[in-house]
Design a protein around this ligand. Structure first.
Ligand code: SAM
Length: 250
């Protein structure tokens, strides 16, 4: 059978595409894309003329079966998402799982992802980190999720949208305390790339006072719990938060 290549594409700076990504996208029989209207111009920029097939969260199960048949018939395909690495908060898991089960070869073509790009320049520990994706949109659920992470000693990495940034920072401040360190990466690899770091209080206040900077794409990195220092605090904290959250839940 053929091979599916899982191809990472740029997260903002088109020069970050890899030579191998271009070669692969050029030579396969088809490219499955999260949003074909978005990926068409990207491929055209690199003079790649490919037939695009949509694969998004609403059609992924059915589409995976069709793509499996094509691969079993000997075709080679590529999977891309709108930005960065497919499957990292983007579609592709259902497809890759199905292909693995069917014994089809799946080859990763590595490249940009916002999580690694943010971590490698933030100045927070990277020996152990925990990627959390997007937090829930509603404050009650967001606080519950954050509460489960209070005692985690790994650096915690979140994606966040600009219109929830301040609310999320406020919830983190409330649960993790003013002194916990955080780094916020904005617009990675783009013109207005920026890193803002300090205590939760400082970073929260910075974005509250600079609303012109609450724009674009964000990665939040929260330093893990210092277990020696925070242990007592977080066990005392738990029952209190629990009671508070129960009151707030619908
Ligand atoms: N697959 C992508 C990856 O590998 O990073 C992530 C896709 S997810 C739907 C989009 C989110 O990733 C954005 O809301 C933002 O939190 C983060 N992100 C993507 N590009 C970014 C950038 N250039 N700078 C900062 N964050 C970015």
């Amino acid at each position: 059978s053929g091979t599916l290549y899982v191809v990472a594409t740029p997260i903002g700076n088109l020069a970050d595409i890899s030579e191998r990504a271009i070669q692969t996208l050029t030579s396969v029989n088809w490219v499955a894309a999260e949003d074909t209207r978005h990926s068409k111009p990207l491929l055209q920029h690199f003079a790649i003329n490919q037939s695009l097939i949509s694969l998004h969260e609403h059609n992924e199960a059915a589409r995976s079966e069709q793509l499996l048949q094509k691969l079993l018939a000997g075709e080679n395909g590529a999977l891309v998402s709108d930005a960065g690495t497919p499957l990292i908060n983007d579609p592709g898991f259902v497809l890759v799982k199905r292909l693995r089960e069917a014994g089809v070869r799946v080859v990763p073509i590595p490249g940009p992802s916002a999580v690694i790009t943010a971590l490698c320049a933030a100045g927070l520990p990277t020996d152990s980190f925990s990627y959390q994706g997007f937090l829930p949109a509603k404050s009650n659920k967001r606080k519950l999720r954050l509460q489960q992470l209070l005692a985690d000693s790994a650096t915690l990495v979140f994606y966040e949208s600009p219109h929830r940034l301040l609310a999320t920072l406020a919830d983190m401040l409330e649960l993790f305390g003013a002194e916990r360190e955080i780094a916020v990466a904005r617009e990675l690899s783009k013109q207005y790339e920026q890193f803002v770091s300090g205590t939760l209080q400082e970073v929260h206040d910075f974005f509250k006072e600079n609303s012109d900077k609450v724009r674009g794409e964000f990665v939040l990195m929260l330093k893990g719990a210092d277990l020696e220092k925070d242990e007592v605090q977080s066990t005392e904290f738990d029952p209190m938060i629990n009671a508070m959250l129960k009151q707030n839940l619908p």
